[in-house]
Design a protein around this ligand. Structure first.
Ligand code: SF4
Ligand code: SF4
Length: 447
């Protein structure tokens, strides 16, 4: 089977949060760099580091398969210089396997893992405004995605599990592999974590979102961070649009810090968040507002740069949604992009960011433990865990399914990836949004 078809069949999507179907990124012409993005710049998350340290064979084989398929000239793992265990494991496996893969060691700054930033660091090429890495001859995949690619190609396995770090205000942060669809609240209780008066963030403190304990783990869940309700990292995720717009008009002092430290502005893009704050705050009507489209929502402006605790990121995200609703796209006639001269010395060190976020006390490494002991009583498999069209269920309530079995298909002519059962059990609910499977182990039935 062709690799693109195989990856679609096995449900492989960007596991780092984007959820873009991996097969759809593959192109067989003009690729100079195939990049494994191991920068993992979100504080408190350890999934990529742990996978690289524990499964270097899977990561490098996955990367090499896609390098060969696309005809890329180089395969590169981009990761931070400080990830000593991961670097040691990758180098040892590279040595024994003789795979032709380069390691690119980055400094510890935020957001080193932003796709445009990683591509520039590795290749010296700036992805154009509104463009994707293919525009400069690069393809980028997350580390767990490449692990899944290896399992699919070498063992025929679909995506049924997700690696996550459980951290924040918990006694012992941990990284583990759990079945897709596991209920978040069940998992935290199972791990002995009291979350009742706390807030759970899916993903990192910078780009993650507050999530309900009733939600299931999906193929793109970045991690689960538990914080006290009034913690700084939580407060900045509870913005109210009217309040933010009012504050943009009365509290933005146009100091430009948000712009001068914005990673996309520093790459030479025409994104100036101080301008979007001014335009939005005073409800001005100007074409400049479209530059909000260039924002990657890394959150640096709100969490680090702004002395007035305003959120250009939030304003940009709202403008982007409104643009999408209106069918507007960003376009530019510029064809050449050069990073700003000040870029190198304006990079924000992750340590300073952690201090600003007031999370230094939670900064403990979550080592990977074998997650095979996590057996949820029930899983909820969402039919849309990826960019594109949802999968259409092909099972019915009452039907018995086995782990790895195909249970939802995306129509052939649509972008998207199929979904699979993540445990053995019986389908107890099935609709357009989800397929619920109750496990064969009924120890938990009464809960
Ligand atoms: S950093 Fe804050 S106060 Fe300064 S220009 Fe940006 S939004 Fe306004
Ligand atoms: S969130 Fe802020 S700092 Fe990040 S890209 Fe958007 S405007 Fe720039």
């Amino acid at each position: 089977m062709d690799i693109r078809e195989l990856l679609r069949d096995k449900g492989i999507v960007g596991a780092g949060g984007g959820g873009f179907p991996t097969y759809a990124k593959l192109q067989q012409q003009g690729i100079d760099y195939y990049i494994a993005n191991g920068a993992e710049c979100e504080p408190l998350l350890d999934v990529s580091k742990e996978i690289m340290a524990r499964f270097p064979d899977k990561v490098l084989k996955g990367l090499n398969h896609l390098k060969e398929y696309t005809g890329a000239k180089k395969a590169v793992v981009a990761l931070k210089r400080k990830y000593k265990n991961a670097i040691k494991s990758l180098k040892e496996y590279r040595e024994s396997s003789k795979l032709d893969v380069e390691l690119f060691e980055m400094e510890d700054f935020f957001p080193a893992g932003d796709e445009h930033v990683t591509v520039y660091e590795v290749t010296g090429r700036v992805v154009p405004e509104g463009g994707i890495p293919l525009a400069v001859g690069a393809i980028v995949n997350n580390i767990e995605t490449l692990y899944n690619v290896c399992l699919a190609i070498e063992e025929g396995l679909p995506v049924t599990d997700k690696f996550i770090t459980v951290g924040g205000d918990v006694p012992n942060p941990i990284t583990l592999r759990v079945p897709v669809g596991t209920q978040i609240g069940w998992l935290l209780s199972f791990l002995g974590i009291d979350y009742k008066d706390k807030v759970i963030i899916d993903g990192g403190p910078m780009m993650g979102n507050i999530v309900s304990p009733d939600s299931p783990i999906t193929k793109v869940t970045g991690g689960l961070l538990v914080f006290p309700k009034n913690h700084h990292a939580v407060r900045q995720k509870e913005y109210d649009l009217d309040y933010i717009l009012k504050m943009a008009s009365i509290a933005c002092i146009q100091c430009l810090y948000c712009t001068l430290q914005c990673p996309r502005y520093l790459l030479g893009h025409d994104l100036q968040p101080n301008k979007t704050m001014q335009i939005a705050g005073f409800r001005l009507s100007t074409g400049h507002i479209k530059q909000a489209f260039l924002c990657c929502e890394c959150g640096l402006c709100e969490a680090y740069s702004c002395p007035q605790q305003l959120s250009p990121r939030y304003v940009n995200s709202i403008i982007k949604k409104e643009m999408a609703k209106a069918g507007l796209r960003y376009s530019t006639e510029r064809t050449e992009f050069l990073p700003r001269e000040a870029r190198d010395w304006r990079k924000v060190p992750t340590g300073r960011l952690k201090a600003r976020l007031k999370i230094t006390e939670y900064d403990k490494h979550g080592f990977l433990v074998d997650g095979s002991f996590v057996e949820p009583p029930e899983v909820t498999i969402r039919t849309k865990q990826h960019a594109g069209a949802p999968a259409v269920p092909i099972v019915a309530e009452g039907e018995k399914v086995r782990k790895g079995q195909l249970i939802g298909r995306v129509p052939e002519d649509k972008l998207g990836c199929h979904v699979h059962a993540s445990i053995d059990g019986t389908v107890v609910k099935c609709d357009n949004d989800k397929i619920v499977i109750r496990g064969v182990d009924d120890r938990w039935k009464e809960q």
